[in-house]
Design a protein around this ligand. Structure first.
Ligand SMILES: [Zn+2]
Length: 497
């Protein structure tokens, strides 16, 4: 088929489906139903007719029209749509929205029983579900999903020869629409997500993450409690239990992020099992900034430590334990003032992005030797960024650079490749944000602070304070915002965010 004919055919098919759906919702006359169920299976068609009729009578409050009845029956018997998909078309239709909206809670629950379980409620069941709604434990949508997840509904589908739910990539996507967005999937959306999964670009966790952390779900402003309930239904395939709900709520209120809770659900054996049922690749937890601690070391201080420190652990070579640093030729700032200012802003920015941050100093009134600074990072951080500014007697020199150890560093060579990657990422993000000239990565083993660090470590030179123009730029609060976001972007890029 030539591409435009293919497109035309797809267009016609979707218009027919749309017509059927719109007609069903609008005036019930129904478009021409396709026939195609196997002959000689009249009994089964009768059963499916009754199944569809229940949807009409209970949700639309009216009998089916012949064309509509044929259309939906054919969708189900041909295997074109699953029981869940057809139920969704009715449940999420504007017609049921209107009719259901006029029902009190007890009539709503009764409708779920009659439609989906093909029977009247029992007193206990009815009271249970109505209670769930009036106590605010569950929304009506959540109760609908409970019914779809019940073995009774699945049994009814199977006994009518209807697949309750397709265990395919599309089935997985449809399920996300219902359990996360609380609505039926649309064709474009379903095609978009399933093609991403089919090509292997997105695994099941990535796709679920994009549903939970995309604008549609975030726009619903769900409470923590509803968020947890949605995670249970989506990633565990079951209703929450009270003990579980309060366990997770407690985690959130004691500082866990929604992402970290999502990751724990997504890597559970239950979700792994759901993925294997649907035949989709589960994938790994979503990287979470909260699992990383960044040590920021604002270079220098107003007070100098006395004497030397070893160049590296166990080294007999001494280096001054700290140095005064340079100063701004035009701004009049001391390097330790600029580095502390930028470092404190970087701390705020990184924390806003979700990282943990520790500082080697937050004031300039004490002496902080280089070994001490490295030890702060070694004891509590995943990496260290040392913030400095440059100075030279040649005042024309400008640019930023990143100083790291060499691959043959005598003390911590194991951190070399990570330090190199961090340096490259910091430089490229920083120059993109600030336009400051890139002087590149310098590898040397003469910096005590770098040599003592057992975690990846970069001494970052922001620019030249001895160049009038660059000094004034770096002292400008507006320009500093770009400097800080460039550095934070570099750390994000290092971790792959
Ligand atoms: Zn410095």
């Amino acid at each position: 088929m030539r591409p435009y004919r293919k497109l035309l055919a797809a267009l016609i098919a979707s218009v027919i489906l749309l017509l059927n759906f719109n007609v069903l919702c609008a005036d019930g006359t129904g478009a021409a139903g396709a026939s195609g169920a196997s002959d000689g299976d009249a009994a089964r068609i009768e059963q499916v007719h009754a199944f569809v009729e229940r949807l009409y009578t209970n949700m639309m409050g009216r009998p089916s029209d012949p064309q509509g009845l044929d259309f939906w029956t054919n969708q189900l018997t041909s295997g074109n749509m699953s029981g869940n998909e057809v139920a969704n078309k009715f449940y999420y239709s504007s017609e049921f929205k209107r009719i259901g909206g006029g029902m009190d809670d007890s009539a709503f629950v009764e409708t779920m029983y009659k439609t989906l379980l093909g029977r009247s409620s029992d007193v206990q069941g009815l009271n249970h579900w109505v209670n769930q709604i009036t106590s605010g434990n569950k929304t009506r949508d959540q109760i609908y999903r409970n019914f779809l997840a019940s073995s009774e509904w699945k049994g009814i589908c199977s006994s009518n020869g209807i697949t309750p739910e397709y265990i395919t990539i599309e089935g997985y996507i449809n399920r996300l629409y219902v359990t996360v967005f609380g609505r039926d999937s649309d064709t474009n959306g379903r095609d978009f997500w399933s093609s991403k999964m089919r090509s292997g670009e997105y695994d099941a966790i990535t796709t679920a993450h994009k549903f939970f952390f995309g604008s549609e779900y975030l726009g619903k402003n769900k409470s923590d409690s509803d968020y947890i309930k949605d995670l249970y239904m989506t990633l565990m395939g079951r209703d929450y239990d009270d003990a579980g709900l309060s366990f997770w709520l407690n985690k959130l209120s004691s500082g866990s992020t929604r992402l970290s809770v999502f990751n724990q659900f997504a890597t559970s054996p239950e979700f792994t099992n759901i993925c294997s049922i649907y035949g989709v690749t589960r994938g790994d937890a979503i990287p979470d900034r909260a699992q990383y601690t960044i040590c920021i070391d604002p270079g220098h201080s107003a007070v100098m430590p006395v004497g030397n420190c070893p160049l590296g652990p166990g080294s007999s070579i001494g280096k001054p334990a700290d140095a005064v640093g340079t100063h701004g030729s035009a701004s009049g700032l001391m390097e330790y003032q600029l580095t502390l200012n930028i470092s404190m802003q970087l701390k705020d920015e990184l924390e806003a992005r979700g990282y943990n941050v520790i500082m080697t100093r937050t004031d300039s009134s004490s002496a902080y030797d280089l070994v001490y600074r490295a030890q702060v990072a070694n004891e509590g951080a995943d990496l260290m960024v040392r913030i400095h500014a440059d100075g030279l007697s040649d005042t024309s020199v400008t640019g930023c650079s990143a100083i790291i150890i060499t691959p043959n560093n005598p003390w911590n060579p194991q951190t070399y490749s990570s330090s190199r990657s961090l340096a490259d990422n910091l430089l490229s993000s920083y120059i993109a944000a600030t336009g400051i000239r890139n002087r590149g990565v310098v590898e040397e083993d003469t910096m005590a602070g770098n040599n003592w660090s057992t975690v990846p470590c970069v001494l970052f030179e922001l620019g030249f304070m001895t160049n009038r123009n660059e000094d004034l730029k770096m002292a400008d609060p507006t320009f500093q915002v770009s400097m800080v976001s460039g550095l934070a972007d570099g750390i994000d890029a290092y971790y792959g965010f």
